[in-house]
Design a protein around this ligand. Structure first.
Ligand code: XMP
Length: 327
């Protein structure tokens, strides 16, 4: 495909006009590369894969097959939004796989963070490969590789996060339509392709999802407490004008209990930890200090509305010494 590397003199895409010109150029190149063949895409609902999906839907329509694997560790409303945007609105060819039980059964009783990550990553590839094998005539695999991914893998900072992992007998030609773009450019291009703002400007979310925010062995009830408290936090940040301003914010529900009292009765429930941070490069992060009023409101909502929570804590620790995520 043309434009394999970002040209040194490429103008940063900062305006709708520049984004539209890029889209037009890429669509022509995609049509030329793919012709009448079929393309497969793992659509997580994250920024990069969503923009790639929207671009390919424009370029080749039904020749694109999107697979959305719900590993049960997504945030509240995420799988529903993927179905609404891509299947209902953009009329994409979308295969939705609810693999929640499969993932949670495999993770049951597993405490070690690295083992949890390996199980989630490995199972993801397996589910995706199973779906791919059911399809005929797929020649291309689309990926949301972006320019920093290429720079980081060249610098040896991280292994190329894409392409890796599929069984050896599954070989596809790669389609990577945003691989010369920086993240801010991907977002503008996504907006011009008609994706909702809350999809293209969303905060970073780790591949292992809520699994790393449910430390230790994941149980369904504690995972639900993470999901529900996260949904409340996101709703309140949006209402208070903090969405898009704070880099990342989420909740963690650790596996220990403390006593409390509710409706005159003793409780023995989990605490919910709120983490809200700012950074530019995620190597060093600072803590976003919330107003007392907002903290009081969050404590009240989370303890009232989330089953299993009787206490709310706020994490004031920068990175270093703490990492952003708990596992
Ligand atoms: P840490 O916890 O390392 O996180 O300070 C830095 C940033 O990376 C995100 N993160 C991940 N993203 N897969 C991802 O795609 C992962 O396994 C993963 N672990 C951490 C984290 O949310 C933060 O933005």
């Amino acid at each position: 495909m043309a434009n394999d590397r970002r040209p040194e003199d490429m103008v940063r895409i900062t305006t709708p006009e520049l984004a539209d010109a890029f889209i037009e150029e890429q669509i022509a190149a995609l049509k030329e590369q793919i012709k009448d063949k079929k393309v497969l895409l793992a659509l997580s609902g994250g920024v990069d894969s969503s923009v790639v999906a929207a671009m390919l839907i424009k370029a080749i329509g039904q020749q694109l097959v999107c697979v959305h694997v719900n590993h049960g560790l997504l945030r509240k409303g995420e799988p529903e939004q993927v179905i609404e945007v891509f299947q209902n609105q953009m009329k994409a060819n979308l295969i939705y796989v609810d693999a929640t039980d499969r993932f949670l059964d495999k993770l049951a009783g597993v405490e070690d963070p690295e083992t949890k990550r390996k199980i989630i990553g490995g199972e993801f590839i397996e589910v995706f490969a199973e779906e791919a094998r059911k399809l005929d005539g797929i020649e291309f695999l689309a990926q949301g590789t972006i320019w920093p991914d290429i720079l980081e893998s060249e610098a040896g900072i991280k292994a190329h996060h894409n392409a890796g992992g599929l069984p050896e007998d599954m070989t596809f030609e790669l389609v990577e339509p945003v691989k010369i773009l920086f993240k801010d450019e991907v977002r503008i291009v996504g907006e011009r392709l008609g994706l909702p703002a809350n999809m293209v400007y969303r905060q970073p979310f780790p591949g292992p999802g809520l699994g790393v925010r449910c430390p230790g062995a994941i149980t369904r009830d504690r995972l639900e407490a993470v999901r529900e408290s996260d949904a409340i936090l996101r709703e309140e940040f949006a209402k208070n004008g903090l969405e898009g301003k704070v880099w990342q914010y989420f909740t963690v529900v650790p596996d220990f209990k403390s006593t409390g009292v509710k409706d005159g009765k003793r409780t023995f429930d989990w605490p919910c930890i709120i983490r809200a941070i700012n950074t530019t490069d995620v190597m060093e992060v600072t803590v976003e200090h919330l107003s007392d009023e907002l903290i009081d409101h969050l404590v009240s909502r989370i303890t009232k509305e989330v089953p299993g929570i009787n206490r709310v804590l706020f994490d004031y620790t920068p990175k270093p010494p703490a990492t952003v995520e708990y596992e």
